[in-house]
Design a protein around this ligand. Structure first.
Ligand code: GUN
Length: 295
């Protein structure tokens, strides 16, 4: 079994980004600038946004963090997104999800200018991705593709089983893994919470991408020996042996599955770090204003 090491791969990609930012600015380009919007104080969202802002500093990007109380109105939030759309100093906009129940995530995402949609969640970005046109790819699926590319894993002809159908991971992942390129060229099966014979299907998988948001959901009896395991889950569970009283685990039962498989991503220090790389690469692209990405 080989670990797919998010620390190693993200360090490599971040060095590349840092250099590209320097070159871009040396040629007269403006410093890339990411604006992040955080509504409320969900601890996980706070941690994710904090990490994104910290990475901006590390890579030489500017950043703006806008924080709002959880009871702001949808109309106000959309007006703030529109203000950022019209601000030429801002290249990329991300609205951390989930939003409070009274705010429609779809309406807020739809308000982001497609040229600044560095999370790749806007219908235009997702539509272009579906059609194979150049665009911002959703950050987590993009990060997973970068990870597979780094380790030169040839997924051509593989059976790829994706567990979870979210708009931000599972659904776009089915498109990227089936597209005509490598990584990609896979035969994809999408499974979700209503799939009846999940174990029967996962046992035929050459690669499993687990993104269902349930701790240790994929167990050893569901995995074919030699399979590749990509674990997207970040779940906090109680652990009395830790000072904090809890720890992070993935959607895969790492201890039982790892000895069986050929490659596996750990949690933490796996896919999570790759998501940041995807976001930062998109923000740099937005700063360079690649014409075909806008509008
Ligand atoms: N919530 C969970 N994952 C993400 C992500 O990649 N981007 C944003 N904006 N919110 C998220």
């Amino acid at each position: 079994m080989q670990l797919l090491d998010g620390v190693l791969v993200s360090a490599h990609i971040k060095e590349q980004i840092k250099q590209e930012v320097k070159d871009w600015q040396a040629g007269g380009g403006k410093q890339p600038h990411l604006a992040a919007i955080l509504v409320g104080n969900n601890p996980a969202s706070e941690a994710y946004v904090g990490s994104k802002v910290k990475h901006c500093e590390e890579l030489g990007f500017g950043s703006t963090l806008l924080r709002f109380e959880k009871d702001i109105t949808e109309a106000f939030l959309i007006s703030e997104v529109e203000r950022l759309n019209n601000d030429d100093t801002i290249d990329g906009i991300l609205v951390q999800l989930p939003l409070p129940d009274h705010i429609s995530g779809d309406s807020v995402i739809n308000a982001i200018s497609p040229g600044k949609d560095v999370d790749g969640f806007h219908p235009i970005s997702l539509g272009k991705m579906l059609l194979g046109q150049p665009t911002f790819l959703p950050a987590t699926p993009y990060g997973i593709m970068l990870m597979l590319e780094y380790y030169k894993i040839n997924t051509t002809g593989m059976h790829c089983v994706i567990i979870g159908r979210s708009n931000i991971v599972g659904t776009p992942m089915t498109i990227l893994m089936s597209r005509a390129s490598n990584p990609g060229n896979a035969t994809v099966t999408m499974c979700h919470s209503k799939t009846k014979n999940l174990k029967e299907i996962t046992l035929t998988a050459d690669i499993i991408i687990a993104a269902i948001g349930r701790p240790k959901y994929v167990t050893a009896d569901m995995v074919k020996p030699g399979a590749i395991i990509i674990d997207v889950g970040i779940n906090r569970i109680d652990d009395a042996t830790k000072k904090s009283g809890s720890r992070l685990v993935g959607d895969v039962d790492f201890d039982s599955v790892a000895p069986l498989c050929s490659y596996i991503t750990p949690v933490p220090k796996g896919v999570g770090l790759m998501t940041i790389c995807g976001l930062m690469k998109n923000t740099l692209l937005a700063a360079k204003k690649a014409k075909e990405l806008i509008g």
